[in-house]
Design a protein around this ligand. Structure first.
Ligand SMILES: *Cc1c(COP(=O)(O)O)cnc(C)c1O
Length: 369
């Protein structure tokens, strides 16, 4: 094994997509933004398609263009862009990449892109049903759909869509309200003569818990990588795809009373062995994991000892016979008793999304399965 590596199990990604597919009659759009949630854009995209996804989704247009450049010809939707991306919208339209449109200025950019590449822009109109993030407000929606209706020919309205605020809390009252607002927005579009064939609303959590939100397409992200979108309801049969592990850069005996790492936030209680793990906050290990981050060495669970540094941290392994030829597993599927990304999230007060997406570029991704 390498100094440190993120092992990505592509069979797990394929299987997780199959699990999601079995939960719906809608098409599955696999969200591969943020470098496939840290798992690698292309391998994740290919594994998701092999597992039965028929669409791919990215936040920024560069990620979609990278997929096309690598020869991926599946439909792709890209949804987060600014006026500075007008040239990229043009490239996207030229390459048959669908783009999201939330406002009048975005519709104008899409129309101009269509004219310059002489090909209709494929757009998905986004309605804000209550997240107050991206999307057209309910108040402005009639005007946006009316404007889109007038541009038929220059553009093709492929989809209408929205995003939940509280899907990870099944039963939250905003979920039903957002579904209702989405239906109302679709009715407005219908009356304006806009009939998008693909209506979509569900992320991973809604895919697994709210069938009435599936419409024509579901957009799971985190579940594809095997992390439960609703941890309080179990794992839904998903298998975590990433294992973050490393070798040890130093193993040494030290006496009792030694201060460990910057600021001596940890002091050895007795003569003990300190193991040095060559991963730090520059690799995405939260500095907040100081004295609380979980780790397995030779199958035994420990907690980080002292401060997480930029490149490394220390683990007090007591009298366990650890050597530099041993392996430390920070997180994995949990099958062999190692911590999971969820355990890291719990330890540092965040969500597992942040744990896996932050694994940095110094950590090579190694693909198995
Ligand atoms: C990230 C994202 C998703 C996927 O969300 P998960 O919670 O990871 O399933 C779906 N839709 C949009 C708009 C997103 O930004």
């Amino acid at each position: 094994m390498l100094r440190a590596e993120a092992v990505v199990d592509l069979a797990a990604i394929r299987g997780n997509v199959a699990t999601l597919k079995a939960a719906t009659t809608a098409q599955v759009l696999a969200v591969v933004k943020a470098d496939g949630y840290g798992h690698g854009l292309l391998p994740s995209a290919r594994a998701a398609l092999a597992g039965g996804a028929t669409w791919l989704g990215t936040a920024i247009i560069d990620e979609a263009l990278a997929l096309r450049a690598a020869g991926v010809d599946a439909p792709i939707l890209s949804w987060l862009w600014t006026p500075a991306d007008a040239d990229k919208v043009q490239d996207a339209v030229a390459q048959g990449i669908d783009i999201s449109v939330s406002s009048r200025w975005q519709l104008d950019v899409a129309c101009r892109a269509s004219a310059s590449v002489d090909r209709p822009a494929r757009i998905h109109l986004k309605i804000d049903t209550g997240l107050s993030r991206n999307g057209c407000t309910v108040a402005d929606w009639p005007e946006l759909v009316a404007a889109a209706a007038k541009e038929v020919g220059a553009i093709e309205v492929v989809g209408a869509w929205s995003h939940f605020a509280y899907a990870d809390e099944p039963g939250h009252p905003t979920i039903a309200r957002q579904i209702e607002a989405f239906h109302a927005a679709l009715d407005v579009a219908d009356r304006a003569g806009v009939h998008p064939p693909l209506r979509h609303l569900a992320n991973s959590a809604a895919t697994l818990t709210r069938p009435e939100a599936h419409f024509d397409l579901v957009r799971p992200g985190i579940a594809i990588y095997g992390l439960s979108p609703v941890p309080q309801q179990g794992d839904f049969g998903l298998i975590p795809a990433m294992t973050l592990r490393s070798g040890l850069a130093s193993v040494k005996r030290v006496p009792a009373g030694e201060g460990v790492s910057y600021g001596h936030n940890y002091t050895t209680r007795a003569e003990t062995t300190l193991a040095l793990v060559p991963l730090g906050y520059a690799d995405g290990i939260p500095r907040r994991a100081t004295n609380v981050g979980p780790i397995a060495i030779n199958g035994t669970r420990f907690t980080i000892s002292g401060r997480v540094c930029m490149d490394q941290f220390v683990v007090d392994v007591g009298d366990l016979p650890v050597t530099v030829d041993d392996t430390a597993v920070l997180f994995g599927s949990g099958r062999d008793g190692e911590p999971r990304a969820q355990d890291w999230a719990d330890a540092v007060g965040t969500i597992h999304y942040e744990i896996v997406t932050r694994v940095g570029p110094r950590v090579p991704r190694v693909y198995v399965g």
